[in-house]
Design a protein around this ligand. Sequence first.
Ligand code: SAM
Length: 270
Amino acid sequence: MAQPGRLHRGDNLDYMSTLPAGSCDLIYADPPFFADHRSRNSRGCFADAWTGGMDAYLAFLRARLEQMHRLLGERGSLYVHLDCHAVHYVKVILDEVFGRRNFLNEIVWHYRTGGVARRWFGRKHDTLLLYAKKRGSHTFHVLREGRYRTDGLRYDEQDRPFKQTRGGRLYFNPDGPAMTDVWDVPFLSTVSLERTGWPSQKPEALLERVILASSDPGDTVGDFFCGSGTTLVVAKRHGREVLGCDVAPEAVRIAQDRLDRVLPLCTART
Ligand SMILES: C[S@@+](CC[C@H](N)C(=O)[O-])C[C@H]1O[C@@H](n2cnc3c(N)ncnc32)[C@H](O)[C@@H]1O
């Protein structure tokens, strides 16, 4: 049985099967990346990568994705974080488990890391596949970032952007353009203050987008491959309830320690 705010240590398949259907409003899954015996993963290392073969990898994931589907409520969504070695195979499984109609986005997380490829283009992105439990009922908030690149953009007395057209002023949203499915978020540098020492830790800025777009304060966010707990930390900070698990005792220790130190932000902002 899940205890609020306490992370579970153990295999996520066993843990998820103890939870009631509909327990989560949002799940982020960041499983070990697939790496075959010749290829290195996109960060050029094998840390936290699967080396047991593609068939076994896909069977491992399918069982867990089926549980995640069961755990999502009607408004829920799932993000699955993968790289180029397995994403296309896993997409086919997700289409079967969630139904092709419920596929929402293939999000490209683009980053700039060191290392130069000599035999192919440098691999500088991961992919997040986004599915709704039931498209149309799912929670989604448009996020905005950056600046408009429209020719002839002007600003009125209140600094609101507009374009002069024959029919009058065409106003643009002052918070900037709607975010697209290509996300430029810096990779965690080796000296980042966020670093916990867990090898596959993701940046909080990446998870912030996931949580703010696809959940509301008070919702329950699950991460059953939680590693250092990035998702859970960001979710708690934004007033969400969390459910988390990892098979590695050290990951659970780091994640629980991080989580216990988080103070929720004032929830006026979602
Ligand atoms: C890519 S890492 C997640 C990193 C995390 N997003 C973060 O920001 O730190 C994948 C995690 O899955 C965990 N893991 C692998 N197999 C698992 C299983 N069967 N059950 C639970 N956790 C598992 C690993 O221990 C590892 O911490």
